[in-house]
Design a protein around this ligand. Structure first.
Ligand code: DC
Length: 228
């Protein structure tokens, strides 16, 4: 059976990664969270006080960054590793979220991430989520999904996620962070977030998680059988 690429793009906190993980599991494909790569890069920049206005500093930092996804057999999930260290928890914290859109707007950063993402998908059989997967990283992906959700739903989802991790944040702070990131993600000059012309839109505001996953799986099966 031919393997396809499933590209899932959309705004922050629309449920992309949980949906993408479930789709990948059902298809027995690998899952790549491209946002985690931008987050790990941001963490490295913060830890090493990289001045993002200094091109040389950014270039040198990118050369020193090695990101991997390591599968945890016990938990049955992949964890993001930065230079050999598990940073899965750290990269989800608010101080990283507050800086990630600025770091991910840098052309050098985007080029380095795109190169690594294309390598990870070279054998196809992959589900990748992010902001520019269907438009820039894999413009030839067989299936492209663009996920959206109302601001209220997105804020509630992020709030719950942070509470589960014992992180303090108010709904107002989360909304401010999401609006700020939406603006930066859609207005940056390099590969801004936009829906690919051949992407299917999936509004997750009022449907269940299983319905989201089924919507994508149905389309994936159509593409898989259509490309045999
Ligand atoms: O999906 P996320 O919220 O973890 O992504 C974190 C940030 O990374 C997001 O604000 C924008 C950036 N990003 C990007 O620019 N391109 C991608 N393909 C994925 C994420």
């Amino acid at each position: 059976m031919k393997k396809i690429i499933v590209a899932i793009d959309g705004y922050s906190a629309c449920g992309k990664s949980t949906t993408a993980k479930a789709v990948a599991r059902q298809l027995a494909y690998s899952y790549v969270d491209s946002g985690a790569m931008y987050r790990a890069t941001t963490l490295f920049f913060l830890q090493n006080q990289i001045n993002i206005a200094e091109v040389k500093q950014v270039d040198n930092a990118l050369k020193a960054i090695h990101i991997e996804f390591v599968f945890d057999e016990k938990e049955q999930v992949s964890h993001t590793h930065l230079n050999g260290l598990n940073v899965e928890q750290e990269i989800r914290k608010m101080y990283v979220s507050d800086k990630v859109s600025e770091v991910s707007a840098l052309p050098q950063v985007r080029n380095a991430m795109r190169y690594n993402q294309q390598k990870l998908g070279s054998l196809r059989g992959i589900v990748m989520d992010g902001r520019d997967i269907g438009t820039v990283v894999f413009p030839d992906a067989e299936l492209k999904i663009f996920m959206i959700a109302s601001m209220e739903v997105r804020v509630q989802r992020r709030l719950l996620e942070l509470q589960q991790k014992n992180e303090q944040a108010t709904a107002a702070q989360i909304q401010e962070n999401l609006l700020h990131r939406d603006h930066l993600d859609t207005h940056r000059s390099e590969n801004p977030l936009r829906k690919a012309s051949d992407a299917f839109e999936l509004d997750t505001s009022h449907i269940s998680f299983d319905e989201q996953v089924d919507f994508i799986l149905k389309l994936a099966h159509q593409k898989i059988y259509a490309t045999v």
